[in-house]
Design a protein around this ligand. Structure first.
Ligand code: PLP
Length: 541
């Protein structure tokens, strides 16, 4: 549904989209024969502005596809409410310096032949009601298969990145004489969220209204759920390879969807994209070839500490300059800088680090800290919006004591600045709700040290005091919900005060080792090159 390739193509909301973008970039580098399909989202997701008290203002981001994409002459047709809806396509070619390329198809219903309301189906990313959403998913899943055919491509495997595209299985079923086994052989499904509300479900009355007689509803109910059309259920039932995005997420998904075998190819990020230019240069000098072979980052110990620190300071200055341009936080380059950027939503716990202001003040007396935050709330997530406002209230309370800034409009360029310019990257999701998380992997590529709740990918990347620090109990610990929350708060403040701040200010040699371990032990593994190689050998072939 979303792909984040460039900030000038604003067809992504967050982690799911940036992961899709990184998948495509690594596939191009590795010369994989892959074509990506998504929606054009002509009005983008939204641009976030924040009022004086942190009230989120949502502005649409109309963009002109013709600047970066090429119109493809082929069209396809899907039927919605028994009328024809034409689906057009734009192509962006993701080129790699290796000579590889992956075409990305952006589906577009804004065609003159369509009724005026149908022309808007591909306007909003994650906007509108269930009916609008199901129409989008008809265009994406069914329209996607048909446009690939209209272009004359021969597809050997279909990889559904989250359930929104799973209507493609129905199109394939019809082509293969309703032979479910044949369709399963063609399909791979990656599930991305352990949060129930994250899985699209549609009433069959709506399905009947929009899909008409495309498929026998009784057959559909057997595949996608008796009560409602569950897009995830449909994908699970018609895929031979199902993937969760980290080992922990695999386990959570097996509990959520009993009876399915689920694998775990853990996510990664595109190394070159997420390494800041200063470090790119350094890596080129000491580990040439790292961008297309990120395993080489293992050899980071060959880079002199001073050069890594100098590169890091370059990135840090960039971030601090932006903070000081956009806010009145008046930050400096020397203080320990904590970065936190997340979708503002309940389980991400935006205000966790402010749980005990007295202890935060105490830590700040041991050595100055400054905190940079960012993140959008979904337009309908009132709790998420309130969390942003709470941060603004806390900024007022701590005014003149601790420098805090909440930057507006978290997007890929801002993410790149934050994950390289902070010293410590903080993540405090409520476990087990973080399927993987990827921003901590981006931070590690820049020698920014992770300090995070043990959830998602971090369980696999974490070695205490070596690659970063944990917050709260390990997944297997027999501990009540309340005790786990207490432990998290205790760990956060005590590690900050007694380990992280003293090490940053007094043991720069230890700190440098942790920066290098982040690059050598985390970035060398948690990259999308490794992820795609595994998808190829374990899922695609
Ligand atoms: C990487 C990225 C994310 C994902 O971050 P998480 O760690 O999964 O929260 C979200 N938004 C943007 C813009 C990103 O670049």
């Amino acid at each position: 549904m979303e792909i984040g390739l460039l900030s000038d193509i604003p067809t992504y909301a967050g982690g799911l989209g940036t992961l899709a973008g990184d998948t495509i970039k690594s596939s191009a580098d590795l010369k994989l024969p892959l074509i990506a399909v998504t929606l054009i989202s002509r009005l983008g997701y939204f641009r976030q502005e924040l009022g004086e008290r942190g009230e989120q203002i949502e502005l649409s981001v109309p963009w002109n596809p013709s600047h970066l994409l090429v119109r493809w002459p082929a069209e396809a047709t899907v039927q919605i409410q028994n009328r024809d809806v034409r689906v057009g396509a734009w192509i962006y070619n993701q080129q790699s310096p290796t000579g590889g390329a992956v075409p990305v198809i952006f589906l577009d219903t804004d065609l003159e032949a369509n009724r005026s309301d149908d022309r808007t189906i591909t306007d909003h990313l994650y906007g509108g009601d269930d009916s609008y959403r199901l129409k989008q998913e008809i265009v994406l899943g069914i329209g996607g298969v048909r446009i690939l055919e209209a272009m004359g491509t021969e597809i050997r495997k279909y990889h559904m990145n989250e359930g929104q595209s799973s209507l493609l299985t129905l199109e394939l079923l019809k082509r293969y004489g309703m032979d479910a086994e044949a369709v399963k052989d063609l399909c791979i499904f990656t599930t991305h969220t352990p949060v129930q509300a994250g899985h699209d479900k549609f009433d069959y009355s709506l399905v009947r209204d929009l899909l008409g007689d495309f498929i026998d509803i009784e057959v559909l109910k057997k595949l996608a759920g008796a009560d409602r059309l569950n897009m995830t259920g449909l994908a699970l039932n018609l895929s031979n390879y199902i993937n969760g995005v980290a080992k922990r997420h695999r386990a959570t998904s097996m509990d959520m969807f009993p009876g399915y075998e689920i694998h775990s190819i853990t996510n990664g990020v595109h190394s070159f994209t997420w390494t800041c230019p200063c470090l790119q240069k350094l890596f080129d000098k000491y580990m040439p070839g790292w961008a297309n072979e990120p395993e080489m980052l293992l050899r980071v110990n060959g880079c002199p500490d001073e050069e890594i620190w100098k590169a890091h300071m370059g990135a840090k200055r960039d971030l601090i300059d932006q903070v000081n341009r956009e806010t009145d936080a008046d930050m400096d380059d020397e203080s320990l800088t904590i970065g936190f950027a997340r979708r503002a939503t309940m389980y991400k716990r935006t205000t966790f680090l402010f749980s005990d202001l007295q202890r935060l003040r105490r830590a700040n007396h041991k050595g100055t800290i400054q905190i940079v935050l960012a993140g959008k709330a979904h337009p309908r997530d009132e709790e998420g919006k309130k969390a942003i406002q709470s941060v603004f209230e806390i900024m007022d309370i701590l005014h003149n004591e601790i420098k805090i800034a909440y930057l507006q409009d978290y997007n890929m360029p801002l993410a790149a600045k934050m994950v390289s310019g902070a010293d410590v990257w903080l993540n405090t999701p409520l476990p087990p709700q973080e399927a993987s998380g990827t921003s901590g992997m981006k931070a590690a590529h820049n020698g920014v040290v992770n300090f995070s709740v043990l959830d998602g990918w971090w369980i696999e990347g974490w070695i205490e005091g070596v690659t970063g620090w944990s917050i709260g109990p390990e997944p297997g610990e027999d501990i009540s919900f309340e005790m786990a929350r207490k432990r998290e708060i205790e760990d956060f403040y005590s590690k900050l005060e007694y380990i992280i701040i003293p090490m940053f200010y007094q043991r720069r040699d230890y700190w440098m080792r942790m920066m290098k371990n982040s690059i050598g032990m985390i970035a060398s593994f948690f990259n999308s090159h490794r992820m795609m190689r595994r998808y190829v050998t374990e899922a695609y072939l």
